[in-house]
Every structure is written in structure tokens, then in C-alpha cells.
Write a protein that binds this ligand. Structure first.
Ligand code: IVH
Length: 671
């Protein structure tokens, strides 16, 4: 190697290391990457190749030797018992062949069985169990030390807090935390509505959510976990990866549904190719397949480098990216009046479906990407489901492209549009804006809110356009004569719709509260508010200070709720709904669909191993209701140490008494 080539390589190596560090920081700590995984992997591959040519320039601190750190601050750091490593990545089948050849060479004369698993695009997590009880959850961090996020992880449905049948001592289970694709779509929609920046993909959303400092927000986001690996493990727990995963599954852990065995190079490559289409049907996002040696003893003998095991390799599928033309940018008005710009595209096929529109989230996003109407743009599916404009092909501009500006007037009602300080969203402030009305009615009737069957988007549009409905109370004033005159409304469908609307009057208070769309009040918060205040009047009378004493309510939400109730129009609305006979009390129990404690009422007494409010929160998350005194309506009394008079009363009333370990078993499904 000549001196001058070594000097320029050195410069390039330094530049690459800085660049990679920067992208690592953006990806792991800020959950806001600027480049695609593929572009990142290309930088890393270039650095690796240069370091291989110049061993004298190799440094133990190089990003090729270390995993990127996700430590963001705000959480205690903890040391992993066994380092959490990364995986060697490739986009080429040739490199998979080389990997397999290396493995076989390392295990001369042995039979080697491989498995091919989905590579889940989530956030790596380590769960530490002591005698079957989850005592610590930590992120990967820099691989040696991670951040302790136990409280947040305990809010994630499906992660067992207590495992029956785990051996005594320590077990460390590893896997990924992810945000289901549909949940991601909903979260971004809500963020657009609230004027918050959208997440680029489900992985970033999961990372941002897992690191949220408020566990209540984490619970609302709907994260999930999937587990496939281990750190510390008793030697006799399993002999193979496959057996390990089956044991995990039997203990109640969510595990990858598809672990394909393969014993030859051709079987491995066939499984990788087949998986590229199979993976899209999963609820989590995958960015590849992981090829693993199955036998744990063979894995141990192959060992690992400082960064990754030698017994596994990730094959990554490049995301499908297509180019099309941005023919226009239209504006959609949401139920809170937020104006969302939408890309109108020349239709193209991306990852198996036709795409003609894509949300652009907000004006800042458009300027950041420098999108102009007429541009050729690149489209991808974020989270494999949501079409996203990821960039512009500036080289194809001919000067006719027009920059975008947010309209000064609402495209629906012509009212003025403004932006609050510190927010990215523009809003139309006219509460009677027809576009807002459509969305508000749609949300009100939706399954998660008042659940009015037959009142979907098309019906709502007809009702508004025909002038039959100008407000939510108008729904309850609909008469058969008006409805049968509408398109495609026979007598039967008219009766069904009116019955569905009528029976929605008896919905629990939380559904009404959520359905009315108070800014920042999601379904979980609505449930907890209703459970706490019991009646709409009591909630309406609550001060901001009172509201913030609730475990689920922060300053912003408290302010928003309080302000909402001060509005004269809201007073009028609520009075109308009352006069129309809607239920304004928490008379019913308010189960989230499918929770293990659906329909039960709990009273807590004595000292528990976790704070009482936390236990109450878990009960609510599992669909139960918590009340402060024992009565005939109480289903269960949860007793801790030194229980007093409540226990006696429960015994007298023959209320079922549950200790903490049975309680944990009952809610296993959700924590
Ligand atoms: S095995 C020593 N299996 O991908 C690491 N990892 O890019 C062994 N990942 O750090 C990991 N799905 O967080 C393994 N089925 C799977 C995986 C998987 C996702 C993550 C894991 C790893 C990262 C590397």
C-alpha cells in the first residue's frame, strides 16, 4: 500500500466513522433516521472493506466493531449479564452462501441444521426473570449497558409479568418490541391531528414509545413484543433454538410464527426467497430473514466476534421504492380542524398494491423534503402498509415544478387558517366547518367510540350532504321519512340504522367522552376519566388541578379537558345530548374489548408488592374497573399484606378474594 493511498483511505475511514456515528445517533437515540437502512448498511460495508484493506487503521471503537447505542438519557442504565450483540447483515445471496460455508468449516464433519426466522424490525429488548417473575427490562443500549424500561414494558400486552414453569434462578429472554402496523397508522393519523410530527416508520414509533417517560402514554400506544433469543439461561433449558422457542411459547410468550428448518444451502435460499412475500401478512414489520444455526452447542462452539455471533446472519430485503409524479397536493381537513396536505400521485404499484395518494403530514415535512408539484418523487410503504413519499428525484426537474404553500383559507368552509406557536399543524378554527363535521361524526360513530353500526363514512357523507345532519345531536333526531329518501336506503336498512343509533344512547360514558373528540383524550384516558368521575357533570366540574391528580392525566390533557368544558358551545351540545336521552353516567362497566378482566370490579386492600395505583392501572388496562369500597357489586378483592376491614366486609358479602400471585396469573395476558 502506498503512503498516499493509505492517507486518503485514512481520511475516508475517519469521515465514514463520523458519518456512521451520526446516523447511529439519529436512528437509535432520536428515532429520526435521515437515510434508509440500506444506505446505512452501504456506508458500514464501505468502512468494513476499507478497514480490511488497512488493518493498521482498525480501531476497537470503530462502528464496525461495536453496536450503535440506543441510550437516550432519562432512564437508569443497567449492565447486561451477557452482552447484547448485533447481527451480520447482507443483501446478497452470495454472502449467505459464504456464511453457510464458514459455518460448515467451523464444524467439520458435523450435521448442521439451520432455521430461518423473520427479522423483526423493532427495538431490541432484554427481559430478566427471577424465579419466573419479570424483574427488569432493558434496551440494548451500546450492547454492554442498556436503559432500564421495566415500568414501560409492564404496560405491554402479552409480555408475561409472571411465568409459571420457568426454572428458579435467572432467565434472560430477548426479543423485539414493535408497534403493529395498523397501530402505527392510527398513531400517525392522531399525531397529524394533534399537530405533532409523524413517525417515519413503525420501528421509530416503537423506539420513541418505549422510551417515553410516561408509562401511561406507552400503554396507550399499543406496543407488542416478540421473543426469539436469550442471554443468561440455565444450561439444560433447551438444546436448540427451535426447542427454546417452543418452550417460550408454552410459557405464554409471543414468538415468531414462522421458523423454517433448512439443512442445505438450497433449502436456506428457498426459505429466504419465499419469506420475502410471506412476511407482508404479519402484524409486525420485518426487514429480512435471520439464518441461524439451530443447535445451541454448535452455536457455542462457533462463538462470536466483538459485534455479532458467527452462527447467525441477517439477510435483508431492500424496501421496494418506485418513482412516480406528484401531480398535486390537496388538503384534507381533520375532525379537530387540522389541515393535512395529501400527495396526489400518478398511480403506481408499490409492494403489492396500487398507490395514488399519500399523506404528507404537514407543511414542514414538504419543505424539508423540498417537494414541488410536478416533481418526480420516490414512494415507499412505511411499515409496509402506508404509502410514503420518501424523496425527490431533483435531476428530473424541468423548471415547471411549483413549490407548495399552505392555503390561507380552509378548503372546506373558506374560514381562516392559523397555526399555534410551536405546532407544525395549521387549523381551521370554524367549529361548524363541514369537513370537520364529517370527520367528527365519523369518529363519533366509529367502532372504538360509540360503535354505531351502519354509520360509516359513506352514510355520514350522505347525511351531511342531504342536510339531514348538521351536528352530533342531529343523529338522534333522524326520522325514518328522511332516511328512506336517501340513496340505497330501504325500509330495512333505515330501521336497522335507527335502532343502532337508538341503542348507542346507552353506551358507557367513556365511549361518549372519547367519541366527542376532546383534544388529547384517547380511549384509555376517556375510560379512566369516566371510571374516576363516574358522571359527566362531575368531570365537567373538575378543576385542572383535580384532573392532574389522576394517574392518567398530565398538564396538557387536563388543560384541554378543562378548556373544552368551559366552551358555551360544548355546554349547549351536552345539554342537547342529555335532553335526547344519552347516558351521561358511568353506569356500565367499561371493558376494552377482549381484556382478561372484562366486566369485573375490583377493590384493593393491604400492602402489595407494587404501588396500589399501579395495580389499579393494570386492572383497568385488562378491562376491569377499580372501586374504592367493597359492595355487592365488587367481583374481586385484591388483598396484600396486613389487610383490614375491607377484607372482613368482602368475606361477609362473599366477594371472591384474590391474592397477588393469582392476580398476576389472571392478568398474565396483558403484562
Ligand atoms: S438473533 C446476537 N433473531 O436484529 C444477536 N435477532 O440487526 C442475535 N432481530 O440485534 C439476534 N429479529 O435485535 C435475532 N429473529 C431474530 C431477530 C433479531 C430481529 C434484531 C436483534 C438484533 C438485530 C440486528
Amino acid at each position: 500500500m502506498t503512503d498516499s493511498s493509505s492517507a486518503s483511505s485514512k481520511e475516508r475511514i475517519i469521515r465514514l466513522r463520523q458519518e456512521i456515528e451520526r446516523h447511529n445517533r439519529l436512528y437509535y437515540q432520536e428515532a429520526a433516521p435521515e437515510i434508509s437502512d440500506q444506505d446505512f448498511d452501504a456506508l458500514l460495508a464501505e468502512l468494513g472493506a476499507l478497514e480490511a484493506l488497512h488493518p493498521e487503521l482498525v480501531d476497537a471503537d470503530s462502528p464496525t466493531r461495536r453496536v450503535g447505542s440506543d441510550v437516550s438519557g432519562g432512564f437508569a442504565t443497567v449492565r447486561h449479564l451477557v452482552p447484547m450483540q448485533s447481527l451480520e447483515n447482507t443483501y446478497s445471496e452470495g454472502e449467505v452462501r459464504e456464511f453457510v460455508a464458514r459455518v460448515l468449516k467451523g464444524l467439520p464433519g458435523e450435521n448442521v441444521r439451520f432455521t430461518i426466522e423473520p427479522k423483526v424490525d423493532g427495538v431490541a429488548i432484554s427481559l430478566l426473570y427471577e424465579s419466573g417473575r419479570l424483574v427488569r427490562a432493558a434496551t440494548r443500549g451500546d450492547g454492554q449497558t442498556g436503559e432500564e424500561v421495566t415500568r414501560n414494558v409492564l404496560t405491554i400486552a402479552g409480555i408475561p409479568g409472571q411465568v409459571e414453569g420457568f426454572p428458579g434462578g435467572i432467565m434472560e429472554i430477548r426479543g423485539e418490541i414493535y408497534l403493529p402496523k395498523q397501530q402505527f397508522a392510527r398513531l400517525n393519523e392522531a399525531r397529524d391531528e394533534e399537530g405533532l410530527p409523524a413517525f417515519a416508520n413503525p420501528r421509530n414509533a416503537a423506539a420513541g414509545s418505549l422510551k417515553h417517560l410516561d408509562a401511561r402514554v406507552v400503554a396507550e400506544r399499543g406496543l407488542r413484543g416478540i421473543f426469539y433469543g436469550f442471554g443468561a439461561l440455565p444450561a439444560d433449558f433447551a438444546r436448540s433454538g427451535d426447542e427454546f422457542i417452543r418452550r417460550l411459547q408454552n410459557s405464554g410468550f409471543p414468538v415468531p410464527e414462522h421458523c423454517q428448518p433448512a439443512s442445505s444451502m438450497e433449502e436456506i435460499l428457498a426459505a429466504i426467497r419465499a419469506w420475502d412475500s410471506g412476511r407482508h401478512g404479519l402484524e409486525y414489520e420485518t426487514d429480512g430473514a435471520v439464518v441461524k444455526v439451530d443447535s445451541l452447542s454448535q452455536r457455542a462452539r462457533l462463538g462470536s466476534t466483538s459485534k455479532a455471533p458467527r452462527w447467525a446472519m441477517a439477510f435483508k430485503y431492500p424496501p421496494e421504492r418506485v418513482t412516480t409524479r406528484l401531480v398535486g397536493i390537496t388538503i384534507q381537513v381533520g375532525r379537530t380542524g387540522v389541515l393535512t396536505p395529501v400527495a396526489e400521485l400518478e398511480p403506481v404499484s408499490v409492494s403489492g398494491s396500487r398507490v395514488g395518494r399519500a399523506t404528507l403530514h404537514n407543511e414542514e415535512e414538504i419543505h424539508r423534503k423540498d417537494l414541488r408539484v410536478g416533481d418526480h418523487v420516490e414512494i415507499e410503504k412505511a411499515g409496509e402498509v402506508i404509502p410514503a413519499v420518501v424523496g425527490v428525484v431533483t435531476g428530473r426537474r424541468d423548471g415547471s415544478e411549483r413549490p407548495f404553500a399552505m392555503p390561507a383559507a380552509c378548503p372546506s368552509c373558506g374560514g381562516p387558517v392559523s397555526r399555534e406557536e410551536g405546532q407544525v399543524a395549521y387549523r381551521c378554527a370554524n367549529p361548524s366547518c363541514p369537513a370537520q363535521l364529517l370527520r367528527r361524526l365519523g369518529h363519533f360513530a366509529s367502532r372504538g367510540a360509540m360503535d354505531i353500526e351502519g354509520l360509516g363514512e359513506r352514510m355520514v357523507t350522505q347525511l351531511v350532504e342531504s342536510g339531514l345532519v348538521h351536528s352530533i345531536p342531529d343523529l338522534y333526531r333522524l326520522r325514518p321519512e328522511g332516511l328512506v329518501a336517501l340513496e340505497r336506503m330501504g325500509e330495512k336498512s333505515t330501521t336497522n340504522l335507527l335502532e343502532a343509533i337508538e341503542s348507542s344512547k346507552r353506551r358507557p360514558l367513556w365511549r361518549l367522552l372519547f367519541g366527542l373528540g376532546v383534544l388529547h383524550v384517547g380511549a384509555v384516558a376517556a375510560r379512566n376519566l369516566a371510571a374516576h368521575f363516574q358522571t359527566l357533570d362531575r368531570l365537567a366540574a373538575a378543576t385542572e388541578a383535580e384532573l392532574t391528580t389522576l394517574p392518567d392525566v398530565g398538564d396538557i390533557m387536563a388543560h384541554s379537558i378543562h378548556q373544552w368544558f368551559q366552551h358555551p358551545q360544548v355546554h349547549a351540545l351536552l345539554n342537547e345530548l342529555r335532553a335526547l336521552g344519552l347516558n351521561l353516567e358511568e353506569t356500565e362497566i367499561t371493558p376494552p374489548p377482549g381484556g382478561p378482566l372484562d366486566g369485573t370490579t375490583w377493590v384493593l386492600t393491604g400492602t402489595l408488592s407494587i404501588p396500589r395505583e399501579e395495580a389499579a392501572e393494570r386492572i383497568r388496562l385488562a378491562g376491569g374497573k377499580v372501586s374504592s369500597s367493597v359492595s355487592k357489586k365488587t367481583t374481586y378483592l385484591l388483598v396484600g399484606a396486613d389487610a383490614g376491614s375491607k377484607l372482613e366486609k368482602a368475606q361477609a358479602l362473599e366477594v371472591a378474594i384474590v391474592d397477588e400471585s393469582s392476580f398476576r396469573r389472571m392478568i398474565e395476558e396483558i403484562n
